[in-house]
Design a binder for this molecule. Structure first.
Ligand code: CA
Length: 472
């Protein structure tokens, strides 16, 4: 009997913020192939990660659990490859599974990809030009160097794998790009994009962090402090801090957008292949990135904070059989929801241990009455010695964001900054969508704060995170 379950192509990039996608209204670039997925499917406007950092978000996406459950709280805690993940369950349920590209969950026998019929992954961050790949082999895999550009090669491997299938089983393909993670090295054909133009600046480029937490001030990720090799040179002499920031922004954002241009082209190649082989109708295509990114917003590059630009993930889904073309969902969905979604789409049971919820009803245009109205977030990498972002957790509702920088409550010694007492931030997103004004101490918000704290603690209990003893 023919197996009519849908195929899944799950494309994920690294650090691609939705405000650099034209289907999300980007002011700075065009992404026609990514837009095709949104135009022919559904765009999620409120998709959030539960910890805005690469390795932890990937572990959450694969396992459907928060980081305190899957143990991958930081960049230096690789995922135990015995962890229950959605590819393993799909493989057991008769799907053919593969991953090509970025893994970043550790290597070796205990951390290499498992649950895949085939795989080829970059070691660690990998390289853009002539990268090495790790292929299945003894002791967690064997390394092979390949000529070419990473984004093209990962797509080539994905297409080659699709072409050699015998087609009796449905498939689940993870095409996971390194791009647009820094340092940003474009391929030759995109190296000259944007040379003779100025990219529009973000509204908060010159944020001075006044009326905000100490943590926002202390973060060490201002674009003018990027190293000369990341900006292809030193700024001209005698620039003011503000001028240096504008100069760095242009250098930085152009490089970032050039590597995205290659992603867009290569997504187009996958979509064309589905069209040419008549598989577009029965294949779910999803595009996302492991978290958001600051594109000069608040004067920053990088991610980590619960602030909007790094919290928000792009999430677009095409599945002509169930999803209305050009539809948009404003419901709050999380990276914990992806694994349950994939299992649901494959008509496979979702394990109790998964903490997310399948968003398939949303894809079908329904909004369940009990869909979540708030979400819990936690960033664990306290003062990592590079970006100096303080550990924090928080709650986001559709209107408010409450953040607790618990830092010293854990008693962890700082590596770059003197210690600072814990502190709260509250943003009223309806009044202050750019999060420039912490209203935690304003009397007008005195009533809402205990309600938000109750909700925060309710969410913590729900996901079984003990949190810390709070002050203030
Ligand atoms: Ca990332």
């Amino acid at each position: 009997m023919a197996d009519n379950r849908p195929n899944i192509i799950f494309i994920m990039t690294d650090d691609h913020a939705s405000h650099a996608m034209s289907c999300y209204g980007s002011r700075i670039n065009r992404t026609p192939n990514l837009d095709r997925i949104a135009n022919e499917g559904m765009r999620f406007d409120n998709c959030f990660c539960t910890n805005s950092i690469c390795t932890p978000s990937r572990a959450t996406i694969l396992s459907g659990t928060y980081n305190h459950i899957n143990g991958v709280t930081t960049l230096s805690t690789p995922m135990d490859n015995r962890t229950l993940t959605f590819p393993k369950i799909l493989q057991d349920a008769g799907y053919e599974t593969a991953i090509f590209g970025k893994w970043h969950l550790g290597m070796g026998p205990e951390h290499c990809p498992t649950g895949f019929d085939d795989w080829a992954v970059l070691p660690g961050q990998g390289k853009y030009h002539n990268p090495s790949f790790i292929l299945p082999g003894p002791d967690g895999g064997t390394t092979k160097s390949v000529k070419g550009y990473a984004t093209d090669l990962i797509t080539d491997m994905s297409l080659d794998w699709l072409k050699q299938r015998d087609g009796t089983k449905p498939f689940c393909l993870l095409c996971h790009h390194k791009a647009p993670h820094g340092p940003w090295y474009p391929d030759e054909k995109h190296a000259h994009l944007y040379l003779n133009e100025d990219i529009p600046e973000p509204e908060t480029l010159h944020d001075d962090y006044s009326n905000r937490s100490y943590a926002a001030n202390a973060a060490d990720m201002r674009i003018e402090d990027l190293k000369p090799n990341a900006l292809d040179g030193e700024p001209p002499d005698n620039l003011s801090r503000e001028e240096a920031r504008r100069w760095a922004y242009q250098r930085y954002i152009k490089k970032y957008l050039r590597v995205i241009a290659s992603v867009d082209d290569n997504v187009g190649r996958l979509l064309s292949y589905l069209d040419e082989t008549g598989q577009a109708e029965n294949t779910i295509v999803i595009y996302t990135s492991d978290q958001g990114f600051f594109l000069g917003d608040h004067g920053w590059y990088d991610k980590r904070f619960i602030y909007e630009e790094s919290l928000r993930m792009p999430f677009i889904v095409r599945y002509p059989k169930e999803v209305e073309a050009g539809s948009v969902s404003k419901e709050m969905v999380l990276n914990t929801d992806f694994a349950p979604l994939f299992l649901d789409l494959a008509e496979t049971e979702i394990p109790e241990s998964f903490q997310g919820r399948s968003l398939r009803p949303l894809l079908q245009g329904k909004s369940p009455e009990d869909w979540r109205q708030s979400m819990y977030y936690r960033y664990w990498m306290h003062k990592d010695g590079v970006h100096n972002v303080y550990a924090h957790y928080g709650l986001r509702t559709h209107r408010y964001k409450l953040i607790y920088y618990y830092s010293d409550a854990l008693g962890q010694p700082g590596t770059r900054e003197e210690s600072h007492p814990p502190e709260w931030e509250l943003f009223d997103l309806a009044e202050d969508p750019c999060e420039l004004n912490n209203v935690y101490h304003e009397p007008a918000y005195a009533e809402i704060i205990p309600q938000l704290k109750d909700e925060l603690h309710r969410r913590q209990a729900e996901v079984k995170d003990k949190g810390v003893e709070e002050v203030g």
